[in-house]
Design a binder for this molecule. Structure first.
Ligand code: NOJ
Length: 544
């Protein structure tokens, strides 16, 4: 058996967009040199894996998810040389780097598409999916319903329609074509050779869709195994993290028998978690965990609260979505894509209630799997609803109360995105420097959370179990691995309570972490919890 270093079973992942993280040359755009300057901060925070959003040359119709050149760095962000320097420094700090692999589609400006549209006989014509007479009945397939009314766009030059699940400026690649698969392997290899630990694979369900292509579903799916085999043979510890927002019964397509994607974003659990938070009831989380299939031993779930997109609630029923909107996004401007999701960051959704923010991150870090943080989560950054679509949650990192929040020395007009400079979440009050000075800040709390999580490998590796609490508002679970067990208890409601866990009397609970200095639970295993309280324990045998 190939010995693999399975680092991703217990990683703490932090995602950022180089463009909005730190600007080193004062042009208003974040860059790799800026990110290099901030690696000490990231390593100090304790994260051990970075996921970088697309940094390739792009016309930026979709925040870089429309790639023009897979082998280069957007010149606004630096050069390939800067990238290699960054990789070197990240390795020194013990930080793995995942990058986005956006190969469901290219930019319309990619040379492949340009060749494909102008010359019917070009080999690039077959890199994309064409139709002279596309079906009209696939509106359900449109990902951005506010901007597009079809997944087919007529191209005058090509005299045919091309497929695009996302914006029309993002024509879908045809992975049924073996030459396209070969191109994807080359891209993977290129970045592996530059030292990345793997890829966040964009839009995987669309990559393997049969629409318009001459291939059976299983042939398309087999590409997931091909990709993985190629990757693992080149670098045994590299991973593929799939963006696949699918129902639990379909996750096996993506994990395979442990031979496809190493990790999946846990979209299903994420949506049910928000339902639980809105209802102040544990049941949706319990049901979600129970409906997720057992995954291969070396596979992993990546849990998250928010990321760079909307909070997508598409797997919930209309009434459930409405419940969440009422509590967390009552105004239409807070919602997005015809009521499919929410375009807010977490703290404003909770009216800045620190107790609920802590509760949610404590939950995130203790759920079976591993956690994802997004830049700014650690200091409680807010959103800017005056910006369009998902830009509301893509404002630059807030480093200090100085000019442009310490992000850039440029003229504010030139910033790639405006800073949040007004109100409760302004960089003047919410920033890294102020948070570091304040022992009670969210940042210092998050630091502690990360430290404790790193001591609880059971949560990444272990078998989990739901614990009966008798209180509908309390979610309690245990994770056991290598004869060690962690128990976490979360009170989702705004009233305090007390629960008694039914545990074997020969064990006691060692307090690891919590929202308060509570009394040590006695032999009865009775646990008190404040409103929105949370506690983590390790189960230890009582010595005879
Ligand atoms: C998923 C990405 O997260 C999103 O930002 C993007 O718009 C689509 N894929 C298309 O690439």
């Amino acid at each position: 058996m190939i010995m693999q270093n399975i680092w991703h079973k217990n990683a703490i992942i932090y995602s950022l967009d180089v463009e909005t993280f730190m600007d080193s040359n004062g042009d208003g755009v974040g860059d790799f040199q800026g990110l290099i300057e901030r690696l000490d901060y990231l390593s100090g925070l304790g994260i051990n894996c970075l996921w970088l959003l697309p940094f390739y040359p792009s016309p930026n119709r979709d925040n870089g998810y429309d790639v023009m050149d897979y082998y280069n760095v957007d010149p606004r962000l630096g050069t390939l040389g800067d990238f290699v320097e960054f990789m070197d420094r990240a390795r020194e700090q013990g930080i793995h780097v995942l990058i986005d692999l956006v190969v469901n589609h290219t930019s319309i400006e990619h040379p492949w598409f340009q060749a494909a549209r102008t010359d019917k006989n070009s080999k690039y014509r077959h890199y994309y999916v064409w139709s002279e007479n596309p079906p009209q009945d696939d509106v359900e397939e449109i990902v951005f319903p506010h901007a597009e009314d079809s997944i087919w766009e007529y191209d005058q030059q090509a005299e045919a329609y091309y497929l695009h699940h996302f914006y029309k400026e993002q024509p879908d690649l045809n992975i049924a074509n073996s030459e396209v698969r070969e191109e994807i392997r080359k891209i993977i290899n290129f970045w592996l050779q530059l030292g990345v630990s793997g890829f966040r694979v964009d839009a995987v369900p669309y990559l393997i869709k049969e629409i318009g292509v001459q291939a059976e579903r299983h042939e398309l799916e087999s590409f997931l195994s091909e990709m993985r085999e190629f990757l693992s043979l080149r670098r045994a510890d590299a991973v593929l993290l799939a963006e696949a927002n699918v129902s639990p019964d379909l996750t096996c397509v993506y994990f395979g028998q442990g031979d496809r994607m190493n990790m999946l974003f846990n979209f299903y659990l994420n949506q049910q978690m928000f339902l639980a938070l809105a209802r102040q009831e544990a049941n949706p989380i319990i049901d979600a965990l129970k409906s997720l299939p057992k995954i291969p031993k070396q596979a992993q779930w990546l849990n998250f609260v928010r990321h760079h997109d909307e909070l997508n609630l598409n797997q919930l029923e209309n009434t459930q979505r409405e419940e969440i909107f009422q509590v967390f996004a009552p105004e239409e401007a807070m919602q997005i894509y015809k009521g499919r999701g929410i375009r807010r960051r977490l703290p404003p959704m909770f009216g800045g209630d620190r107790r609920r923010i802590e509760l949610t991150y404590s939950l995130l870090f203790s759920l079976p799997g591993i956690p994802l943080l997004r830049y700014g989560d650690e200091i409680g950054m807010g959103d800017d609803l005056s910006l369009s679509d998902r830009d509301s949650v893509r404002t630059p990192m807030q480093w200090s109360s100085g000019q442009n929040g310490g992000f850039s020395t440029s003229d504010p007009e030139k910033l790639t995105q405006p800073m949040i400079s007004q109100g409760e979440y302004s960089y003047k009050s919410v920033n890294v420097a102020a948070s570091q000075r304040d022992p009670n800040s969210l940042l210092n709390w998050m630091d502690r959370l990360i430290r404790i999580r790193k001591q609880c490998s059971e949560l990444g590796w272990g078998n989990w179990q739901i614990l009966d609490t008798g209180e509908p508002c309390v979610f309690a679970h245990s994770c056991e691995w290598n004869n060690k067990t962690v128990i976490a208890v979360h009170n989702l409601a705004d009233k305090s309570c007390s629960i008694a866990l039914k545990l074997d009397g020969s064990y006691y609970l060692d307090d690891l972490f919590g929202d308060h200095q509570y009394e040590v639970p006695g032999e009865s295993h009775t646990i008190s919890l404040e409103a929105y309280g949370y506690r983590w324990f390790r189960l230890n045998p009582i010595k005879p």
